[in-house]
Write a protein of this length. Structure first.
Length: 369
């Protein structure tokens, strides 16, 4: 039996249309997009078309910078605080449940002379707005809030957070990796990070949207590519893949949303005796994080080899650390170890969800009996 893939928060399958669009740039159209000859200009044109395809899903008053990943985009974005630290702005605040790309970067800046604060969430995983406002001051430099949480699917009130950040003169960084192409992008954010492989595009490419007027220092020095902040030769194939993936997401948004909502509703009914982690309603339906007390999820995953699902963030799975997201919700260590994440995507079918639920529930019952 083929593996049932339900880990779409970790990565998504490459859309067939994306593969077809990328192939010519991997085979015959191999020119360097930074070269002045015809092949170079053709490659550069393809890169710019991809940039426009991304920009079509983002606020109008900014620019798109291609990066090697969303993690790189986030690190590039954080550089903005270096440009304003001389103005006495040395405070960084991020939500405690942020992806490690934001959370760990913020903590690292805390070792470099910045004052980093981790903002608590309630038992639903939603930021406590009163705690957030209390952390702001004339020293506030940057606030980080992810649109859709990668582990529990909770949707943070990013527009409200942005308004508060701007009230105190701080920049707003939004990790939109899990929400881009699926839900509305916050229009007033200053920095927005994206990833290709979370929207049925290729791995190895991401992007950072930067509002006009926000000044970034170079992250990589060398050739001055990507508007002088990210040196290195761009891959036309990867750029094209990301652009086409974004275009398809825009075209299929309503259809994908309805399909995934149907899968999620079926899954919720099949796992009705499990407890949901995070907000029940204010969440992206394609992410189902649930637990059964007393379950050993590491053992469960080894017993259900026919289903690809997760016990948390793929980016932190090799660290051995318990989920900081579930811990922030107030879950005990045993509850964290009894939690699983199921991620539904464009190419999943109802029958797959039914079969996966049967296998997981069967193994869970056997373990707990």
């Amino acid at each position: 039996m083929a593996t049932i893939y339900l880990d779409n928060q970790a990565t998504t399958v490459l859309a067939p249309e994306v593969f077809d669009a990328m192939l010519p740039w991997l085979k015959d159209n191999f020119g360097n997009p930074h070269s002045p000859h015809v092949m170079g200009r053709q490659a550069a044109s393809a890169v710019e078309v991809a940039r426009e395809q991304l920009a079509a899903l983002l606020p109008a008053n900014g620019r798109v910078i291609f990066t090697g990943s969303a993690t790189e985009a986030i690190n590039l974005a954080f550089g903005a605080v270096r440009r304003i630290s001389g103005e006495g702005r040395d405070q960084i605040a991020v939500i405690d449940t942020e992806h490690a790309a934001v959370r760990d970067t913020a903590l690292w800046y805390g070792t470099q002379g910045f004052d980093t604060k981790l903002l608590p969430v309630d038992h639903q995983g939603l930021v406590k707005m009163e705690d957030m406002e209390a952390c702001f001051s004339s020293r506030s430099a940057l606030v980080g809030a992810m649109l859709v949480n990668n582990e529990i699917g909770v949707i943070q009130p990013v527009e409200q957070i942005t308004e508060m950040a701007h009230k105190y003169g701080a920049l707003m960084l939004c990790d939109a990796v899990q929400g881009f192409g699926r839900i509305d992008i916050p229009q007033e954010a200053d920095l927005i990070a994206l990833s290709g492989h979370k929207i049925y595009g290729p791995k190895g490419i991401g992007a950072l949207w930067v509002r006009d007027g926000v000044n970034l220092p170079p992250l990589i020095h060398g050739g001055g590519q990507e508007q002088g902040v990210r040196s290195g030769t761009l891959s036309p194939a990867l750029c094209v893949g990301l652009g086409v993936a974004a275009k398809i997401c825009a075209e299929r948004r309503e259809r994908d949303a309805a399909h995934i909502a149907g899968l999620a509703a079926k899954a919720r009914s099949l796992f009705s005796d499990w407890t949901m982690n995070g907000a029940v309603d204010q969440r992206y339906p394609g992410n189902l994080n649930i637990r059964r007390d007393g379950l050993d999820v590491a053992r469960l995953m080894s017993e259900v080899r026919g289903v690809a699902f997760s016990a948390g963030s793929a980016c932190a799975s090799g660290s051995g650390r318990p989920s900081h997201v579930l811990a922030a919700l107030g879950l005990k260590a045993a509850q964290i170890k009894s939690s699983i994440r199921l991620g539904f995507g464009r190419y999943n079918e109802i029958e797959e969800v039914e079969q996966a639920a049967h296998l997981i529930n069967q193994a869970a019952e056997s373990q707990l009996s």
